[in-house]
Write a protein that binds this ligand. Structure first.
Ligand SMILES: NC(=O)C1=CN([C@@H]2O[C@H](COP(=O)(O)OP(=O)(O)OC[C@H]3O[C@@H](n4cnc5c(N)ncnc54)[C@H](O)[C@@H]3O)[C@@H](O)[C@H]2O)C=CC1
Ligand SMILES: O=C(O)C(=O)Cc1ccc(O)cc1
Length: 367
């Protein structure tokens, strides 16, 4: 039975974990610590935690479960110090880091089976940081990867899943190595590509100042993750160096391949290149959140007059539907503009369609 939880790191992920625990298991007493006292006090004020600890290691002898939700290199440093603390027998320690091999290796080495460590990674998030971006439903329908070591039992894993029930995540187990290879492909390397596309645009801006203005639409979408926390991504790349170096080699070969098709004007092969990519992409599961979370976009054809945004957001506010983003596609110079509303969940998008149909005659569509 888990009664007391200690959470170190009260930012986006730690805060979201705490809020989801509180929602489902309000009787669990959560104590939190953050090196940034302001974040910790905010976490207490929004009800994510019950009590702020003023030191990294307070008396932990009555704590049943410890969450490490700090940047990955900090997590390693904390695990190294944890071994000399007076911990409750059978305490479960888990983390939320985006990489697993180095963290689990460190836990196996220092905790030596004395403390039950279960590596964890909720595969959803945002380019935003900090407690104020935290949400109890951040991990709903997302995969939550667990990498239990040989020192933990299925019962321990179940205890962790029970505490995390409020996340409504889909738990999946794998080895740390498998985790780092997979997340390298679908999360870490795409962050590198997104940043590199931004550099490419920036490098061309001096010669073609229009680049910046025209980069407003689709370019913004595919490079959104380049706005993520730089120090967090620095540490993730340093932790997952091996798999990433292979991915760089493969990507360079892939670029050479497509470059060659363009240079030789191989029209048919270029068609096949895009067709096969489209087929694979169209076949990806839609209703699940992946490592790079999807936002559920809704397009609304609206007359382009001042006040249109507040009119639409007013309708959504009446029905208490939350938006994650709103923008007008600016490149259409017609009487009608297209308003793009982004939602965190598919359900919110469905509610928004009903709401807009109820209060207006604006046409809504999805792409
Ligand atoms: N941002 C995202 O979308 C996701 C991040 N992760 C992982 O979650 C972890 C946390 O990331 P976020 O919550 O996004 O970052 P964040 O920046 O929002 O929160 C991290 C918090 O840890 C605190 N912190 C740093 N060093 C500390 C230390 N030594 N002791 C106590 N507190 C310390 C910071 O003050 C900050 O409040 C990282 O390991 C990251 O790889 C996992 C899934 C998604
Ligand atoms: O901002 C985004 O879309 C992300 O990519 C969020 C994210 C960041 C780190 C992770 O380990 C998992 C998900």
């Amino acid at each position: 039975m888990v009664n007391k939880v200690y959470l170190i790191g009260l930012g986006l992920i730690g805060g979201s974990i705490a809020l989801s625990i509180k929602q489902k298991n309000p009787s669990i007493h959560i104590i939190g610590f953050d090196i940034n006292v302001e974040q910790a006090n905010l976490a207490r004020r929004i009800g994510a935690i019950d009590e702020v600890s003023t030191e990294l290691f307070p008396d932990l002898s009555t704590i049943d479960m410890i969450f490490l939700s700090t940047p990955v290199q900090q997590t390693i440093n904390i695990i190294e110090e944890l071994k000399s603390q007076n911990l409750k027998k059978d305490v479960i320690v888990t983390d939320v880091g985006s990489t697993k091999v180095k963290i689990v290796e460190c836990a196996n080495k220092h905790l030596n089976g004395k403390i039950k460590f279960i590596g964890g990674h909720p595969m959803a998030g945002s380019h935003k940081s900090g407690i104020l971006a935290a949400k109890p439903h951040l991990f709903e329908n997302a995969f939550y990867i667990l990498t239990p070591s040989k020192y933990v039992t299925p019962h321990d894993v179940q205890s962790l899943k029970d505490v995390l029930e409020g996340t409504k995540a889909n738990f999946i187990e794998m080895t740390p190595e498998e985790h780092d290879e997979v997340t390298g492909v679908i999360s870490h390397f795409p962050h590198i590509v997104a940043a590199s596309l931004v550099y490419q645009a920036k490098n061309h801006e001096e010669e073609f100042p229009l680049v910046k203005r025209l980069a407003a639409g689709g370019f913004r979408d595919i490079t959104r993750i380049a706005s993520s926390n730089p120090s967090m991504w620095r540490d993730i790349l340093l932790h997952n160096k091996g798999p990433l170096l292979h991915l760089f080699d493969e990507w360079i070969l892939e670029m050479e391949r497509i470059k060659d098709l363009v240079a030789k004007e191989e029209a048919e092969n270029l068609f096949t290149y895009f067709q096969q990519a489209k087929q694979y992409r169209d076949g990806l599961p839609e209703k699940q959140k992946g490592a790079i979370p999807s936002f559920y976009d809704l397009y609304v054809d609206v007359p382009d007059y001042p006040g249109i945004i507040s009119e639409i957001t007013g309708y959504l506010a009446k029905e208490e539907i939350s938006l994650t983003n709103i923008r007008i596609i600016e490149t259409r110079e017609e009487i009608y503009g297209v308003l793009v509303l982004s939602f965190q969940t598919e359900k919110d998008r469905e509610l928004a369609i009903k709401c807009i149909n109820k209060y207006s005659s604006y046409e809504t569509f999805m792409m």
